[in-house]
Design a binder for this molecule. Structure first.
Ligand SMILES: Cc1cc2nc3c(=O)[nH]c(=O)nc-3n(C[C@H](O)[C@H](O)[C@H](O)COP(=O)(O)OP(=O)(O)OC[C@H]3O[C@@H](n4cnc5c(N)ncnc54)[C@H](O)[C@@H]3O)c2cc1C
Length: 416
């Protein structure tokens, strides 16, 4: 009998007892399933496969890394800002070290260019001092508080009253990183099934059944009539679906829904600076953080393109299927550029009129909303949600890229 599509065909190759999938769904036992092929899901798949497990990655898009993992600042963070002993602080520091080592060993393009966090007026200096204390508490090596004059000698286009130099901060080519991790995972036997969506599941204390559909049928079909085309019964499931993670967890029948945090979405837009022969900055420049983000900062990519962003704009969620299919609005509204000029000129007064072009946008997977204090990364196992062998990752916003290898290591150590 014919298989339904390419996605299910690749699943069939993976499954230990291949069968044909008919309109009536088949059900199969598998070892580890990672849902979502963003940088965190890929890193997790690589780690589990390296430890000898059979891993299947299910991704709704047609390839890896099309979500938040390709819509960020591509900064390797040093780990300065986060509350002491928080998962963000721990994973960022460990992930940073693992990432630099990985990039060096696997020729992933990256550069440790360093960053300046700047106070642009004397009223911001107490906040800068707080950031310095936090960084020291977190054990970030090499931090140095500088007078404005010293920082401005390093960066002649910069205007600031005081600055912290973080020499350990760097930039990375995220796509190359993900490509390398996917290659390694596959070499260790992991299978990536693209165009395949987890639409829900059913859980009890002992196991989880995942309901799978082909993405195309979700795109085309009547959403109210959606039914699983395949049911998988894995030994371990990692829900690393980023923006969709809380929405998907709520679709697991039988889970303690009280433990699933609410999902909030904060879009961040970038504007790029017209190409210049000599970019105005050699370091990353970060202002004092604002609610919801780090503030409109200067980021350089490895080609020397300079961009500013991301700003913070709270947006509404989507229905479940649209969320799984990443139908979020990533449009960059050119009119937001006006606010960028104001913000950027506080530290870069020579920014010329009409020099910024709309770039791209990313959306932060938040678990606290506007006006609420930031929340730590959430890594939930059975102790919290009551379902054996299910790991939910919620709120994996920045520094999720930096932390990816450390999150993967943590999952493998704690849940295998
Ligand atoms: C504006 C912005 C700037 C950032 N800058 C930085 C930075 O400089 N440094 C840093 O360390 N971090 C940064 N981050 C954070 C970092 O980008 C994220 O933490 C990281 O990319 C999250 O990866 P992920 O794998 O969890 O999620 P994602 O990359 O979003 O991957 C989730 C995947 O799940 C898939 N999916 C969703 N639902 C389903 C389903 N039901 N079935 C199957 N597949 C599904 C999606 O298609 C997607 O591919 C930034 C984030 C933003 C938004």
């Amino acid at each position: 009998m014919m298989l339904k599509n390419h996605a299910l065909r690749s699943l069939k190759r993976f499954l230990p007892w291949p069968r044909s999938f008919t309109s009536h769904h088949a059900s199969e036992r598998v070892d580890c399933v990672v849902i979502g092929a963003g940088v965190v899901g890929i890193a997790t798949a690589r780690e589990l496969a390296a430890r000898g497990r059979d891993v299947l990655v299910i991704e709704s898009a047609s390839t890896f890394g099309t979500g938040t993992s390709s819509r960020n600042s591509e900064v390797i963070h040093a780990g300065i800002y986060y509350p002491r002993n928080s998962l963000k602080a721990i994973f960022c520091a460990r992930g940073r070290d693992l990432l630099y080592k990985y990039c060096t060993e696997h020729n992933v393009p990256h550069e440790q260019i360093g960053k300046l966090i700047v106070a642009t007026s004397s009223s911001e200096i107490p906040k800068l001092n707080d950031i310095m204390s936090r960084g020291i508490q977190n054990g970030v090596p090499g931090l140095k508080m500088m007078e404005g004059s010293e920082a401005m000698r390093m960066e002649p286009e910069l205007q600031c009253s005081k600055a912290i130099l973080s020499p350990l901060t760097g930039i990375i080519d995220t796509h190359s990183l993900m490509l390398s991790l996917v290659g390694e995972a596959e070499n260790n036997g992991a299978t990536f099934s693209y165009n395949t969506t987890v639409i829900g599941g059913h859980v009890d204390e002992t196991r989880i059944r995942l309901h799978i559909a082909e993405t195309k049928s979700l795109e085309n079909g009547l959403r109210s009539l959606i039914h699983p085309e395949l049911v998988l019964i894995p030994n371990l499931v990692v829900n690393s679906t980023g923006l969709s993670a809380p929405v998907l967890a709520k679709k697991f029948d039988g889970i303690h829904t009280a433990e699933i945090p609410p999902a909030y979405y904060a879009r961040g837009c970038y504007f790029t600076l017209n190409k210049m022969k000599n970019p105005p900055f050699k370091h990353l420049i970060y202002p004092i953080p604002v609610e919801g983000g780090f503030g409109v900062h200067v980021t350089l990519d490895l080609d020397g393109q300079l961009k500013f962003g991301p700003d913070v704009e709270w947006i509404d969620g989507l229905d479940e299927i649209s969320s799984f299919l990443n139908k979020f609005d990533y449009t960059v509204d050119a009119t937001r550029g006006e606010l960028f000029y104001q913000d950027i000129r506080k530290y870069y007064p020579n920014l010329k009129n009409d020099s910024l072009q709309p770039g791209y946008a990313g959306i932060r997977p938040k678990v606290s909303g506007p006006g609420q204090p930031p929340v730590d990364f959430i890594v939930q196992g059975a102790d919290i949600h009551g379902v054996a062998n299910l790991v939910n990752l919620f709120g994996i916003e920045s520094p999720g890229l930096t932390s990816s290898l450390a999150i993967a290591e943590h999952i493998a150590t704690r849940f295998l």
